[in-house]
Ligand binder design. Structure first.
Ligand code: GDP
Ligand code: IMO
Ligand code: MG
Length: 414
């Protein structure tokens, strides 16, 4: 099918990078449509680990990378990641929308300052300047990629920005320089993508962050500053909703969250440490330890519903190996009432009590997963299959892909 949107169903870091890489192998183009260099998408090749903050991770599979206008662009990262692709023998035919807003040094500074001012209520942002850049975009004081190519216009816009923020912005020459470096990539991504879809080409829309970090549908204010749900692919790229053929929801076999905010199924102590270590749960972008918890079905039900997810890719099932019992939060109890699905408003989530179902774990050698992935789903331990099938039943959406290791090949299609 030609247009597939990949999104995270939890708080980010679900393994979208791997899934995008897998699906982009058959695609003509892969596009980032929201967020910025706060994203950290990992692709593990047999001999190398690649980390993408700005370019779609699917570009490592050779699909043409695009960055659409819904993204906030960090030009220095773009240049670095083009070099990263060159280092694996790919000369990317990158296209960046001239309408994407640019993250300035000023925005990163403001990001840090606002976090400090929030004190104990800090969001725990990546400090990549994401919120302040989207704020300037909404205020209509933003700098667009196309502005970097016109020094006179850029100077005038920076002057407005200085007056609005009351801060000196001494970035003109630097921005003009970086503008020259990326000028050859700038194009009308939105027109290009629509024409490509008209021609029957396959396009992957690679979402960043996760549904629970969506500015409208997440745990506000502990969220990022963009929409992260499937619909954002349409607004972020100028592609009509009827174009989208499939929405692929990526979820981990457990929950993680980096940064502050409510987390009803959070685990602490030895079990959390164990999952964190085995799962390598440290932020790709910031290196921060990720908070860890059991799966949260009421929140996943919400995520699946609002993006009308076609099928699920479940990652990191291997990480749960060796635990005697596993828990899944199947519903909440709120004021003595059972709740099956919930809007992730902090006010609501602060009152919920998770109701868990306990299932048997499985124990095999971690090293056996590669062999099992090659043999297929039927060869998986029955308890592991039961875990996936239970999630499928609870969510009412097929889990078509189960990933059991970071590399391509360490997954099975069901
Ligand atoms: P993204 O932001 O959603 O792309 O996810 P990240 O790349 O930030 O984090 C996912 C991490 O898990 C990366 O280090 C991946 O290499 C790794 N990973 C992906 N799938 C699997 C899997 O099935 N098993 C294991 N053990 N690691 C995985
Ligand atoms: P990927 O695409 C996990 C989190 C931050 C913080 C909140 C706001 O790799 O899944 P921001 O810098 O966006 O203003 O931070 O959002 N956050 C992520 N958490 N994965 C991400 O991206 C994230 N991008 C932002 O930790 O809690
Ligand atoms: Mg990540």
């Amino acid at each position: 099918m030609p247009a597939k949107v990949i999104i995270g169903l939890q708080w980010g870091d679900e393994g979208k990078g791997k899934i995008s890489y897998l699906l982009s192998r058959n695609a003509d183009c892969v596009v980032r449509f929201q967020g910025g260099a706060n994203a950290g998408h990992t692709v593990v090749l047999p001999d190398r680990k690649l980390k993408f903050n700005m370019l779609p991770a699917g570009s490592a599979a050779g699909a043409k990378p695009c960055i659409a206008s819904g993204v906030v662009l960090d030009p220095a990262e773009v240049i670095e990641e083009v070099d990263l692709l060159r280092s694996i023998g790919i000369e990317p035919e990158l296209m960046i929308s001239g309408a994407a807003n640019v993250v300035l040094k000023l925005h990163k500074r403001l990001d840090g300052m606002i976090e400090e001012l929030r004190g104990g209520k800090a969001v725990g942002t990546t400090r990549r300047g994401i919120g302040p850049t989207y704020s300037d975009k909404a205020l209509r004081t933003g700098i667009r990629v196309e502005d970097l190519l016109d020094k006179k216009a850029l100077r005038e816009k920076l002057e407005i920005l200085e007056r609005v923020h009351g801060i000196k912005v001494e970035e003109l020459d630097e921005l003009v320089k970086v503008g020259r470096l990326i000028a050859k990539y700038v194009g009308d991504v939105e027109i290009y993508l629509n024409d490509l879809l008209d021609s029957g080409a396959e396009v992957i829309f690679e979402g960043a962050q996760g549904t629970l970090l969506d500015i409208d549908h997440g745990t506000y204010p502990y969220v990022t500053s963009s929409n992260t749900i499937a619909g954002a692919a349409c607004t972020g790229c100028g592609v009509g909703p009827t174009r989208i053929d499939e929405v692929i929801g990526v979820m981990k076999a457990y929950s993680t969250r980096v940064g502050a905010g409510v987390f009803p199924t959070e685990l602490h102590g030895e079990l959390a440490d164990r999952i964190r270590e085995i799962g390598g749960e440290y932020g790709t972008t910031t290196g921060r330890p990720r908070r860890v918890g059991w799966l949260d079905i009421p929140l996943l039900r919400y995520a699946v519903k609002i993006s009308n997810v076609s099928w699920i890719a479940m990652t990191k099932l291997d990480v749960l190996t060796g635990l005697k019992k596993l828990k899944i939060c199947k519903e909440y109890v709120v004021d003595d009432e059972v709740v099956k699905i919930v809007h992730p408003s902090v006010k609501k989530l602060e009152k919920v009590k998770p109701n868990y179902v306990e299932v048997d774990g499985w124990d095999i050698d971690q090293g056996d997963w590669r062999k099992l992935a090659e043999r297929g789903w039927e060869s998986f331990p029955p308890e592991a299959k039961n875990y996936v099938e239970l999630v499928e039943r609870l969510l009412g959406v097929p889990v078509k892909l189960v990933s059991v290791g970071p590399e391509a090949g360490m997954e099975v299609w069901r």
